[in-house]
Design a protein. Structure first.
Length: 236
């Protein structure tokens, strides 16, 4: 992913959520590296589809081989169990992400504004490694009326017969950066398009979204970000 983004000598662990204020990059992740903060859960929304697409690069559509246009975004998610012993990396957790494309369209759903049944772009999952880490290559999301710019994510741990734990939330973006990105193709809106909903105008964002804003590092081709997710009530 770093090669695709043109990163040279950039530490992938360069941006942290409030849950990772004490983290440092490189090497294995120990329980002492984090200030243990539980990540806020948020609504799943209407567009989750359990596609079971095990992949890191979610930009392509396996139904037709097409590639979604947009500014590349390399996203690293580090998952931790938060408890009395501190923060412990959570291996073998299934992490799904899903989002709209540059024009505000989701794949494989029916909506009053679009019909994309059978398409599978910008969806996929990875399984956390021994350090609780997954990595995705996606694009900077577009927008649609009523919601600020965001990426959905879901984390599930396996039980004996079904999911032992399920957590759902959303990542957000600084509006100033979005203003810059969305002023350029393929995001640039037509004259008839409604103004973009900003973070402070989004009711879902106001329920903890300030703790879910990605810290982005600019690269030659796009952006990269790392976010630490702290889960409560999860056994490692």
């Amino acid at each position: 992913m770093l090669a695709l983004l043109g990163v040279t000598g950039v530490n992938m662990v360069s941006g942290y959520s409030s849950a990772s204020a004490g983290a440092t990059g490189g090497g294995e992740i120990g329980r002492e590296t984090l200030a243990c903060i539980v990540t806020p859960a948020q609504t799943e929304g209407p567009y989750f589809v359990d596609e079971r697409l095990h992949r890191s690069d979610v930009r392509s559509d396996p139904s037709d081989g097409s590639l979604k246009e947009g500014l590349p975004l390399a996203l690293e998610i580090r998952v931790f169990a938060v408890g009395s012993a501190g923060c412990v990396p959570l291996p073998e957790a299934i992490v799904d992400i899903w989002q709209c494309d540059a024009h505000g369209v989701y794949s494989d759903v029916m909506d009053p504004a679009f019909q994309t049944r059978g398409k599978k772009f910008l969806r996929g999952y990875q399984v956390t490694d021994g350090n609780g880490v997954v990595r995705f290559l996606t694009i900077y999301p577009g927008s649609y009326p009523g919601r600020t710019v965001h990426i959905h994510f879901k984390i599930r741990t396996k039980g004996k017969y079904r999911w032992a734990h399920e957590f759902t939330s959303q990542f957000y973006f600084d509006d100033t950066i979005t203003d810059h990105v969305h002023a350029q193709p393929p995001y640039a809106p037509g004259k008839s398009r409604l103004p973009r909903t900003r973070n402070e105008q989004d009711g879902i964002f106001r329920a903890g979204g300030d703790q879910l804003v990605l810290t982005l590092a600019e690269t030659k081709q796009g952006y990269l970000a790392t976010f630490d997710v702290g889960l409560e009530g999860v056994s490692t």
